[in-house]
Design a protein around this ligand. Structure first.
Ligand code: DDQ
Length: 258
């Protein structure tokens, strides 16, 4: 009996060591940190859910039922160019520019709004199954997250699903805001952490994990919902704009080896 217990204990130990080793190997993507290049002020009432830059224009989508909006500002001067508020109960989520449409998701309302990128006026709607979290445009396809480790590809005109890919590691990630970078990779923040994953959306491989903790002292709001959310590559550069829900500041950063 005693012997059996010992054998069992050794077996469990060996199992744990092997399991730990595999988990470590599975998580072998290079670690990176953020280097802050500049900061800008940000509307602390904005429960930031999506961020994207096109030329001089910064698009931001915000959430919460009754406080959701979509805004366009001049990213150099901060001047507001357009703003549309979403009627309750819509809870705005990620957004992206695809051709002549700006698509904006909603969290649990199964509705994507298509907008005129100049006026932000609604020009159409699409419905979808499941939740809407992050959105970006890559090679003529929309890439969408829903709070799981799987990305869905969609037609940029009809919003119909055209495929999906699951991460090959980090399979408990809750992918939130997405940015389709100029190099073809997709950056996603892993809700509710301060980690950003750089993903190859063709293979599902995690190419790097970026620790963006410590940008801002928190909590800003007592319920812990002041998470990092919002990633937008600054066109033609190696820099990214990072934001968060109710953050008073946005951060222009570079990702550097840890
Ligand atoms: N999501 O952005 C992670 C997709 C959803 C976040 C939902 C947070 C709800 C917060 C409600 C706070 C009420 C004051």
């Amino acid at each position: 009996m005693k012997r059996n217990r010992q054998t069992l204990a050794i077996g469990v130990l060996v199992g744990l060591v092997i399991w730990g080793g595999c988990a470590a190997a599975d998580d072998a993507s290079p670690a990176m940190n953020v280097e802050v290049v500049a900061t800008r002020s940000h509307d602390p009432r904005a429960f930031t859910q999506g961020l994207e830059i096109d030329g001089d224009v910064l698009y931001e989508g915000t959430g919460l039922s009754g406080a959701s909006s979509v805004r366009a500002t001049n990213r150099f001067t901060g001047e507001q160019l357009a703003r549309v508020d979403l009627p309750a109960p819509y809870f705005g989520e990620g957004l992206t520019l695809a051709g002549d449409k700006l698509w904006q998701l909603t969290w649990q309302d199964h509705t994507a709004f298509a907008r005129d990128p100049n006026t932000l006026a609604e020009i159409g709607r699409a419905s979808y199954a499941g939740e809407g979290w992050g959105l970006c445009t890559r090679a003529g396809r929309l890439v969408m997250s829903d709070g799981t480790d799987t990305l869905t590809f969609r037609d940029p005109v009809t919003f119909a699903p055209t495929g999906s890919i699951r991460l090959t590691s980090h399979q408990n990630a809750r992918l939130n805001e997405l940015d389709c970078a100029e190099d073809g990779s997709v950056y996603a923040n892993d809700w509710p952490s301060d980690n950003i994953l750089r993903i190859d959306p063709d293979s599902g491989q995690v190419l790097a994990q970026i620790n963006a903790a410590g940008l801002l002292p928190r909590p800003l709001i007592p319920n812990g919902e002041d998470t990092l959310n919002g990633i937008a590559q600054i066109p033609g550069t190696d820099r990214f704009l990072l934001a968060g829900k109710n953050w008073p500041t946005t951060f222009e950063v570079r990702f550097v080896p840890a």
